[in-house]
Design a protein around this ligand. Structure first.
Ligand code: AMP
Ligand code: MG
Length: 402
């Protein structure tokens, strides 16, 4: 469709324009969840640190495992044993270091013990039931690369190499302004006057931004007036890395965002070939990046996920793999082909060895409950129809919102 930028082009354009933050800070490991590593982390110790026992049992020399051995020491976890002399064995527990001289552990279930005499019911081979030092991470190896967005299991791995403090990029600050004379902040009124609606976009965006690890700043409700729009845009751009507005970005006389951004800075993108989400502006105001999202709440979710999220992660210095493309059997029909790339709110569920997708019954860009109901988006290329039973591409919302 003329004048609309296809999604892949728009994404390439904004990513090309994204500059990663330079400033870093040092944070304790316990406060690092969701932060982005500014430097690679190397293992300063091997994990595990010692060759240790994978079982409760007896440490011995494998080539003596058919003899009767004398039990001469006891090695619980946390203590080091002594060199194992020929003809002897050590009682050993899971995680305890293998004593010098031993090269295998017999599990206790295969051992007969009488007094200090040990006999195995089956021989063991050298190396059996031993967890080698460095088998998890070798000393000096890379634990995590710069750009990693730290998740729970990463914190555990960092702890395993003794890393107590980390260098991370400072959090990006993202300002959100909600344009529209019709907007009322929830909690400030019990009822709505004719024509009013509650501001929902701000809350969707706040949740998305915070779960992605950014600092959210609310610039409140902005009236559909050029001067006010400009004042708030300028103030937000002065203290945020990125400014996101919702609404007021189409071509009606009440839509002021585009002109005011052009007056304060520049626009590089306007109008996306995506449904929902045709009006979408990207540009700069001073040093801040600017995204003008549509007003319609389902379009806000889609355009944020597809364009704003990747840009923000790039500016945060974070690696961001594209969401996984999954394929599901359509439990719906689309008889009329559209002219834009469409993202349909869907629920996918397991069906045998595959997935099936059903659509929310109302795909209007104003229906936010469709997003809340959905766990996925069906990706429908322009010009395509769908018959029940066709295979369609789906993206999981889980992957788009964090
Ligand atoms: P606009 O792009 O300003 O014409 O807005 C498009 C539609 O989105 C209108 O129906 C608006 O009322 C609605 N809308 C705009 N902003 C919000 C918001 N913050 N929360 C919920 N709906 C909104
Ligand atoms: Mg409006």
């Amino acid at each position: 469709m003329a004048g609309l930028t296809p999604l892949d082009e728009a994404l390439a354009l904004v990513l090309n324009d994204a500059a990663p933050v330079a400033e870093t800070e040092t944070v304790p490991l316990a406060e690092a969840l969701g932060r982005t590593l500014a430097e690679e982390v190397l293992a300063r110790v091997p994990v595990p640190n010692d060759d240790n026992s994978a079982m409760d049992g007896y440490a011995l020399r494998a080539d003596e495992s058919s003899q009767v051995l004398k039990i001469t020491q006891r090695i619980p976890a946390g203590t080091a044993g002594e060199t194992l002399l020929p003809g002897t064995a050590a009682r050993i527990f899971t995680g305890a270091p293998i004593p010098p001289g031993a090269d295998a552990v017999a599990m206790q279930e295969n051992c007969e013990v009488e007094g200090d005499k040990l006999r195995l019911s089956q021989p063991v081979m050298a190396g059996e039931n031993i967890r080698r030092s460095g088998q998890d991470l070798e000393r000096g190896s890379q634990v995590l690369a710069a750009g990693r967005r730290l998740q729970a299991e990463d914190l555990g791995v960092l702890a395993s190499v003794g890393c107590g403090r980390l260098s991370v990029f400072r959090r990006l600050v993202v300002g959100v302004l909600s344009t529209g004379d019709e907007l009322v902040e929830p909690g400030t009124a019990d009822r709505l006057a004719p024509g009013q609606i509650f501001n929902s976009n701000r809350y969707t965006l706040q949740g998305l931004l915070e779960s992605l690890g950014f600092t959210f700043r609310d610039y409140g409700l902005v009236a559909d007036k050029p001067a006010e729009t400009r004042r708030v845009l300028e103030s937000a751009a002065g203290s945020c890395d990125c400014v996101i507005s919702t609404g007021g970005v189409s071509v009606g006389e009440e839509d002021h965002v585009k002109h005011q951004v052009e007056a304060l800075g520049s626009l590089k993108l306007w109008k996306l070939g995506v449904k929902p989400g045709k009006p979408l502006a990207y540009g700069r105001i001073g040093k801040a990046g600017f995204f003008g999202l549509p007003g319609n709440p389902a379009a806000v979710y889609v355009t944020f996920s597809m364009i704003v999220r990747p840009w923000l992660l790039a500016c945060q210095g974070a690696e961001a793999a594209p969401p996984l493309s999954l394929f599901a059997t359509a439990d719906f029909e689309i008889g009329r082909a559209g002219s834009r790339l469409e993202f349909l709110r869907a629920r996918v569920s397991s069906a045998g060895r595959g997935l099936r997708a059903e659509l929310h019954e109302n795909q209007s860009s104003g229906v936010l409950s469709s997003v809340s109901w959905a766990n996925a988006l069906v990706v429908l290329p322009p010009g395509q129809t769908v018959a029940r039973g066709d295979v369609v591409e789906v993206l999981l919302l889980d992957q788009l919102s964090r």
